[in-house]
Design a protein around this ligand. Sequence first.
Ligand SMILES: [Zn+2]
Length: 328
Amino acid sequence: MFDEVKRNLYLETDESLTLDKKTNLLFEQQTENWQLAKNGYSSLKLVGKKIFEFDDFIIEAHYNPGRIVSSSAKVDEKSIKERPCFLCINNLPEDQKAVKIDDKYILLVNPFPIFDKHFTIPHVQHIPQTIKENFKSLLAISEKLNKDFSIFYNGPKCGASAPDHLHFQAGNFGFMRIDNEFYSILNKYGKLINDSNEYTTTAVTNYLRNFISIESNEIKPLTNEFMRIYDILSEGLNDEPMLNIICTYNNFWKVIIFPRKKHRPTYFFEEGENKILISPAAVDMGGVLIFPREEDFNKIDKETVIDIYSQVTFSNDEMSNLIKKLKV
Ligand SMILES: [Zn+2]
């Protein structure tokens, strides 16, 4: 299954340690010994922040110049084919180390961070970014990483900068506003769709970025419920429906699915002073908007924040269609 690894890739640790402990050790090792990661994490101190207060939640805007490559990544087929894949094991930088999660996935420190601790979790083979066959892996990794980390998935047309190489990402829990706002949002905007002994599905509407959540402590019913939602979102499409997923495990799984209607808002394609370079992905859905250019960050206001979300996420009408189908 593994591509042949040409060098000593893995961090030497006590094999009996849990994944969250190994992850923290990898982080320490890489931010001490790998200059690119060291620079990346020390530059986080310079990230500019704006806070936008809404009635029941907060949106943060971050000016993070280190994210320029990812946010402006050309993800069309031709550009992807012409670049060496940065997630393939044998293309990783010499100083990069990994933790082996299982036979399919490894965990790496992301040297261009958004989070205080930011990880990339690529598959060991160069296979396309899809969630349908890999949702169970997302749950399994989330359980192993446990409560201190949120793990997330960006669809190939919803913020993934490597749509050709299957990967998840993880960051320290609490960084994304939604990590801690989840239940207050559910209480205020949530509508119960299904509540069985095995799982609870809730639809959140009239909210800045509408979503569906599933909570469960059992893999099988949780996966089945996800597939039901996935299939409804897929109706009439040839490709994967556009979505972002944020998942956390703390005795049970909490899966947040953001259905998307657009990859990038109109601002992204404007020229000159109307342009705002933003390519919303799971972190943005989680309440932290990332702006890699200072001029964009400076002009961002509450009205633009609302417009960006409303352009790329499901409207209330689209949600009520989805809810109708889910309730049958
Ligand atoms: Zn690859």
